[in-house]
Design a protein around this ligand. Sequence first.
Ligand SMILES: *Cc1c(COP(=O)(O)O)cnc(C)c1O
Length: 340
Amino acid sequence: MTSLSDIGTSNLVAVEPGAAIREDTPAGSVIQYSDYELDTSSPFAGGVAWIEGEYMPAEEAKISIFDTGFGHSDLTYTVAHVWHGNIFRLGDHLDRLLDGSRKLRLDAGMSKDELAEITKKCVSLSQLRESFVNLTVTRGYGKRKGEKDLTKLTHQVYIYAIPYLWAFPPAEQIFGTTAVVPRHVRRAGRNTVDPTIKNYQWGDLTAASFEAKDRGARTAILLDSDNCVAEGPGFNVCIVKDGKLASPSRNALPGITRKTVFEIAEQMGIDATLRDVTSHELYEADELMAVTTAGGVTPINSLDGEAIGNGEPGPMTVAIRDRFWALMDEPSPLIEAIQY
Ligand SMILES: *Cc1c(COP(=O)(O)O)cnc(C)c1O
């Protein structure tokens, strides 16, 4: 297991292409990489980006410093994933991306099908069987450098497929992780930053990650200004109490992993509700989980240094996590095989 001294500030753990393309995963666990080799005679092997109509090796990906996505965080994005050569819930990711674009008055200039084709082509060219796939729509830039007139900007779409990045290393997804509730920062309210639009306005989440590191924990669960649970840096939070599951209905992104967790819960006959979750309920929970594309369903064993339940991954979390990973291999409308 990762020791506390290994915990970096970022909660993303890189998996580099080449020899070390696979992060260590606990033997016999539900998280196992495909066994394959990259054909490195292709310049695209190991990572591909699509920028302004062109596919390029991920190392060569560059965008304009004048893009308002950079200057004003004027954008929305999504992160989908490929596992065992199957892309998971791409349609849902594109719906959320296009819904966010519409709310922000961004025009991707492409249909859902066109975006899907480019995305799958990036993965296919990369040869990656396990991949972290990012699609970003920005307000772009104008002819004049630094143009701020919102009507004079050409919106941009950037897509890339790179080796899997984990919000929680596989070992923590199996054996559990640690979190704190930040003392110094609250999640931005929904009237400030619309939490239903996936965004890079990470000031509160980054401050929370630093605080977690300072206090010797992997990550943080932020509360909102009403002392209700919001979410963590890139993940939704689900609590289990007396056999029932709940997750915050506001000040949190409608996560696609959480949607999957709720569907799994329903199939298992578990009562699952989106509602306000108070800080009190968080500390009193029998089980806590962090759920995200970049980390599956990760059990949280301790909060502010105190054990959750008996301090080990709870039975409902483990059952849902294992079912989640099983979905990546089972033929269903949720997955689509990439044609390599
Ligand atoms: C991406 C993200 C999540 C998790 O959403 P998924 O669709 O499950 O990956 C949760 N909260 C925030 C703030 C996020 O950016």
